[in-house]
Design a protein around this ligand. Structure first.
Ligand SMILES: C[C@@](CO)(OP(=O)(O)O)[C@H](O)COP(=O)(O)OP(=O)(O)OC[C@H]1O[C@@H](n2ccc(N)nc2=O)[C@H](O)[C@@H]1O
Ligand SMILES: Nc1ncnc2c1ncn2[C@@H]1O[C@H](COP(=O)(O)OP(=O)(O)O)[C@@H](O)[C@H]1O
Length: 292
């Protein structure tokens, strides 16, 4: 018996940090949406009770350090499941990119095992388990578009933003989320995004207001550590992007573009500068569907 689940990447349309919490995490307020760049997680039932994992990207861990493996272990222990599973991850999302690839693989694994092991859990119950794996996993369990608060695990669903093209560009560096948060001085943040205005832009599918409302307080930290990120931002703006922002803790930068003619110009300009460039669409309110 085998199930395959798509694990879409996410981008942050806003990312605000409000305070440092006693538990070492930060209080965040972020609007996230999924895009149609996705990993695929294949899950094959194992009667011997073992959990094993293979990944198409050799540099991604294939043991308990892999978030998908962690998800399977958590589900097996919580529900005393006798069977095991072999996980195969077809890696398409750049790693350590600010696109929550690992979190999305974990969320896809939770959703697929719920079906493969006939656990009958609700989406909310899966999201609660996801919060034990990482702050982005609950959002990835639901997919679509949402406002995430707390450390990122409290989710308020939103409607689909105005449809547009999204061009993702990742410079050849990996950025560690803990390092970026560790370098953030919350008291010195002077560019808090207007989250309410972003919510209004999404509710009214107002593309230009959405572009004006983009904001990510982690950007300045990552830009100061990695100048290439600013170069990509400047190139996207110079090539005519309607909106530009770094996603999550970076280093991926995305451009929002409404007219397809502009997409080619921006894509070609970026291709001369970075290898990892993707032209994708927002998934709006859909989620990573479960395939046969
Ligand atoms: C920055 C964001 C924004 O979407 O995404 P990515 O850039 O990773 O995609 C997330 O907050 C990343 O979430 P995630 O990658 O799940 O982080 P976690 O594993 O929970 O935490 C990794 C580390 O980041 C820091 N962290 C994360 C979330 C948060 N609200 N406050 C924090 O301080 C902590 O140091 C934590 O130990
Ligand atoms: N399934 C996975 N896919 C990618 N990276 C993973 C996965 N599981 C664990 N990791 C580890 O998590 C880190 C990157 O996680 P990822 O979600 O790709 O980054 P980000 O949260 O910035 O989007 C890397 O250190 C990688 O080794």
């Amino acid at each position: 018996m085998r199930i395959s689940v798509k694990a879409p990447a996410k981008i942050n349309l806003t990312l605000d940090v409000l305070a440092k919490r006693p538990d070492g995490y930060h209080e965040v307020e972020m609007v996230m949406t999924t895009v149609d760049l996705a990993d695929r997680v294949d899950m094959t039932l194992r009667e011997d009770g073992e959990i094993t994992l293979d990944c198409s990207a050799s540099f991604v861990p294939d043991d308990i350090r892999n978030h998908a493996y962690k998800a399977a272990t958590l589900m097996k222990e919580k529900f005393q499941v006798r069977q095991g599973v072999h996980l195969y991850i077809d890696k398409q999302i750049p790693v350590a990119a600010g696109l929550a690839g690992g979190s999305s693989d974990a969320a896809a694994t939770l959703r697929g095992l719920n079906q493969l092991w006939n656990l009958g859990l609700t989406r909310d119950e899966l999201a609660k388990i996801g919060a034990e794996i990482g702050s982005d996993v609950p959002f990835c369990v639901y997919g679509g578009t949402a406002l995430a608060t707390g450390r990122g695990e409290q989710i308020a669903h939103l409607g689909a933003p105005a449809p547009c093209w999204v061009i993702l560009a990742k410079p050849p560096i990996g950025v560690s989320t803990p390092d970026v948060y560790g370098n953030l001085r919350v008291a010195q943040i002077d560019n808090h995004p207007d989250t309410k205005q972003m919510l209004q832009a999404i509710a009214t599918q107002d593309f230009s207001l959405m572009c004006q409302s983009l904001g990510n307080v982690l950007e300045n930290v990552t830009l100061s550590l990695h100048p290439q990120v600013k170069q990509i931002k400047d190139l996207m703006i110079a090539s005519g992007a309607d909106g530009v922002l770094m996603s999550g803790s970076g280093p991926t930068v995305f451009a929002l573009v409404q007219k397809e003619a502009k997409v080619h110009r921006i894509y070609n300009a970026l291709r001369g500068f970075v290898k990892d460039v993707f032209v994708v669409r927002m998934l709006g309110a859909q989620d990573g569907e479960i395939l046969a």
